[in-house]
Design a binder for this molecule. Sequence first.
Ligand SMILES: C[S@@+](CC[C@H](N)C(=O)[O-])C[C@H]1O[C@@H](n2cnc3c(N)ncnc32)[C@H](O)[C@@H]1O
Length: 355
Amino acid sequence: MATARAVRLLLTSSRWRLGRREVPQSRALAALVPGVSQVDNSSDFLGKRPHRRHPGILQLPCVELPKALAAAAQLLLLQSAMPNVEKQVRALTNYLWSRHLPVGPEELQRRAVYLEEKFLENPDLSQSEEKLRETVLRALRKTTYHWQELSYNEKLSLVYMAARLDGGFAAVSRAFHEIQARVPEFQPQTLLDFGSGTGSVTWAAHSTWGQSLREYMCVDSSAAMLDLAEKLLKGGSESGEPYVPGVFFRQFLPVSPKVQFDVVVSAFSLSELPSKADRTEVIHTLWRKTSHFLILVENGTKAGHSLLMDARDLVLKGKEKSPSDPRPGFVFAPVSIISAFPTMQRSELSYGQEK
Ligand SMILES: C[S@@+](CC[C@H](N)C(=O)[O-])C[C@H]1O[C@@H](n2cnc3c(N)ncnc32)[C@H](O)[C@@H]1O
């Protein structure tokens, strides 16, 4: 932590004060952080190609919702005749972007001990043990973030759809595109989507690998969300042929450890789990359930970043994947995609890969 802060300060100051006798920032960084090598800008490491053509930069053209999905979503919103949709969409969007992680029991305990010590230091507040406990609890309640579980009933599911369908679709499409561009021979047949919500992952996967995918398993604890996702696939109605064949809806993850999927996704769903213990369990399960890629997507907030880092550590530093699948995992792309792909040469995947 101290090193990180020092590096940041060094970068800021050296940027503005690179005098004659000061070291360039890359060298200073290399001296401070082991493993960060010096970038020699005088060498032609890109072979005269401009930086924007760096092979690690993957261009994804502007993503649009499939027309059938957009039309079905509009129809469902019109049919619902929900008042003040825009206001509700704005409120939910703000809430989701400002959400923090739930505070765990260890952290609560640590804060309680700290507060108790603080109160005991103050002689004016000498009080009975019971009163002290009450004071600590009151202070804890005032200063602790109160995380609340969202109940995705019919109404909230519709508002979520209006707020996040396009953004969710685009974020997941970006991850799928990265895999497809770098591993074109990867043709997944099965996909598992945890916390599938409106089904945007299924639509994005179908747009990317529709030729090869034959099974999409959507798991969501909310029956209303599953209902909505199914209606969206059927053009906004309860009957009719689904736009994407082979989609299955479940409220629970498949139990059998033998059932695996080529691609496993959790998009914006880990942040819906009420505790770190729940997240740990789900991440272990999802990791066991993938035979190739595990894709985790969260909002680019402090909370989203922090839980993705925890997930990455769990997968990379954890025990073997499962007794029947001892292959080690590695990060395929920064932050959001983790993969077990033992058939590939590591050197092919060196960009953004964990060392
Ligand atoms: C924020 S929504 C994300 C939906 C979808 N993945 C997307 O990208 O639009 C989170 C979803 O996770 C579901 N969820 C929450 N806890 C769950 C659990 N324990 N098991 C399965 N689904 C869960 C919620 O019902 C909700 O539909």
